[in-house]
Write a protein of this length. Structure first.
Length: 615
């Protein structure tokens, strides 16, 4: 992949013959309606991808990543239109093709892997049926398709799974579902494959297997890939080149090693500073403000209002892509050469655990076991949560982390054991608990898009728990709502907004505000940052840290992101197959793991240094 100069030839000096994908001046518009003029969602997008290489596409939520990725397949979401440009796949511009021709091309020449594998598979059909449907257009007879089916399963590491072809999607793990999706995408050996956050929500071990599968298949079949992710460490491991998108424009583009070690755009620098470190506990710094939306972008450089390097000239106009090295590394910044010359990105200040030195126990769990029907899913769990401290719970998908959380908050009643909260026994199920226990233990779930009622305003959502515990006049309820929103770093103006008017990070803050309004002592956070980009993730983690310090909160922080543990937790509990295989302080577990399972988890964590070392 090579960055193209403004107005230059997208094919570059290599020629189209060695390029799988050439994008020139791609523009996607929001269609005009009711007197509202058309406005660009993405524009001025030009890049190339060579056979067998992976382009990583990164940026905050709302930057236009998915819109641009879908346009590479000749598709746009409702209300959008392609305004211009070229998308040349293996020598053919696909944008002028008819809908019928595009349909014939998809799957054969271009393929797409969505973020949620369960939504990509038909829940009513067996895996074998769905894979054979994809091969219906495969050249050759039945014997060739049968041979290709076996080959597909082997390529994605599913050939040894018993009864895989006779299984339904719900009978597979998330990682297995994602590998089925990869098998379907690579089935007809396309020239271009677009992967939209394919490892979001997967644990680090499953994620590594999926990444290795993607890399091997791309190199084996010389497929060009565009890999979208908010996890910069994942992109560092898999991508040859990186494109950083901001407000619908390419902010920076170049070889992965250069972009991650010598970023030339201030925006890229700030994103990298927000990435947590597995080796160092540091304060995570997110970007202040929000990226501008289409139709409300500032004059000049779109990033200028949030930029620490801004000068008056930045307001004059949108800067061009400025090359900072002969490799094609370029950034849309007037000070790109100066920024790239800086000594990498700076580490944030050291983060001191909010509960350091506190030993009094708030929650004691002794020999907790839980079942689903006749199946035992948790066995003999024993650990404590000290007052004002954060205990991180980590482990592979299916290890029992969420079941443990649901037991503790009363949503999963079929468990037994000895659990005490603030010295009093905690019974199974919410109906048998006192009002005081229910108020003092609050839960923040994983998905901010499903956690909020879309028919209620933010004010109504945050206020709702009060109705179950306190009878207050309307004015006092409103004051409590505003105070909770303020504690979650949201303004009073959010009271009258609906969830669909909020970003993912704002929705997660509303969910936190709803939990805070009852002034709990224990906050159970279940993967609350898994769907967020690195900047918003940093802001949420620092919000939780500040709340812990200011309010004396204890937290159970469930995550598959082990580097985050460094920045927020005091202690770690490692789970495997429903049991605790290791527990201890953060430094004990992350620096000197005693269990082989823990060591493997740490080895599987994506590291920003991989792209540098491998070049």
């Amino acid at each position: 992949m090579t960055a193209t100069r403004a107005g230059g030839d997208a094919a570059g000096s290599n020629g189209d013959a060695v390029l799988r994908l050439v994008v020139e001046g791609l523009q996607v518009l929001r269609a005009p309606s009711r007197g509202r003029a058309a406005v660009d969602v993405v524009d001025e997008i030009s890049f190339q991808v060579q056979p067998g290489q992976v382009l990583g596409l990164v940026g905050e939520s709302g930057s236009g990543k998915t819109t641009m990725a879908l346009a590479l397949l000749g598709h746009v979401r409702r209300g959008l239109v392609i305004g211009g440009g070229k998308v040349v796949v293996d020598g053919q511009d696909i944008l002028p093709l008819s809908p019928a021709a595009l349909q014939q091309m998809r799957g054969r020449q271009v393929a797409y892997v969505p973020q949620d594998p369960s939504s990509a598979l038909n829940p009513t059909l067996k895996i074998g049926t769905q894979l054979r449907e994809v091969l219906a257009s495969y050249e050759g007879g039945d014997s060739a398709r049968t041979e290709r089916l076996a080959e597909m399963l082997a390529e994605v590491g599913l050939s040894t799974v018993p009864g895989i072809l006779d299984s339904y999607p719900h009978q597979l793990s998330g990682g297995q579902q994602q590998r089925v999706g990869l098998a379907m995408a690579f089935a007809c050996r396309p020239q271009l494959i677009v992967l939209d956050e394919p490892t979001t929500g997967l644990d680090v071990t499953t994620q590594r297997r999926v990444l290795e599968t993607i890399r091997d298949l791309c190199q084996s079949y010389r497929v060009a890939a565009v890999y979208i992710s908010h996890d910069l460490a994942v992109v560092a491991e898999i991508a040859d080149h990186v494109a950083v998108l901001y407000a619908g424009r390419l902010a920076e583009v170049g070889p992965a090693r250069e972009v991650f070690t010598t970023p030339a755009h201030p925006y890229s620098r700030r994103l990298l500073q927000a990435v947590p470190s597995l080796e160092r506990s540091q304060v995570l710094t997110g970007l202040s403000g929000q990226p501008p939306r289409p139709g409300s972008r500032p004059p000049g450089c779109f990033f200028q209002p949030r930029c620490e390097f801004a000068v008056p000239e930045c307001e004059a106009g949108q800067p061009p892509l400025i090359e900072v090295s002969p490799t094609g590394h370029a950034a849309r910044c007037l000070r790109a050469i100066e920024v790239a010359a800086l000594a990498g990105t700076e580490d944030g200040p050291m983060a001191r655990p909010a509960g350091a030195g506190v030993t009094a126990s708030l929650l004691d769990v002794r020999d907790l076991s839980a079942t689903y029907g006749r199946k035992t899913v948790l066995s003999g769990l024993t650990f404590t949560v000290p007052g004002r401290q954060c205990v991180a719970v980590v482990g592979m998908s299916g290890s029992g982390k969420t079941t443990l959380a649901r037991c503790l908050v009363g949503l999963h009643p079929t468990w037994n054991g000895d659990v005490t909260f603030s010295g009093s026994p905690l019974t199974a199920g919410v109906r048998r608990r006192s009002g005081d226990q229910l108020r003092r233990i609050q839960y923040v779930s994983q998905n901010p898009y499903l956690a909020l009622n879309p028919r209620r305003t933010v004010g109504q959502i945050v206020e709702q728990p009060l109705a179950h515990f306190e009878k207050l006049p309307a004015s006092e309820r409103y004051e409590r709502v505003v105070a909770a929103l303020t504690a979650a770093a949201l303004r009073e103006s959010f009271v009258d907004l609906y969830p669909d008017q909020l970003s993912g990070g704002e929705r997660q803050r509303v969910a936190i505000a709803r939990a805070l309004i009852l002034e709990p002592d224990l906050l159970v956070c279940d993967e609350v940052t898994s769907a967020l980009d690195v900047s918003v993730q940093a802001a949420i983690v620092e919000l939780l840290r500040s709340l812990q310090a200011e309010r004396g909160l204890s937290m159970i922080f469930i995550t598959h992101n082990l580097p985050l543990v460094r920045s927020i937790a005091d202690q770690v509990v490692v789970m495997n197959n429903g049991r605790i295989c290791e527990r201890g302080t953060v430094s004990e577990v992350l620096e000197a793991p005693k269990d082989a399972y823990t060591a493997q988890l740490l080895a599987d964590v994506p590291k920003m240094t991989v792209a540098v070392e491998e070049g």
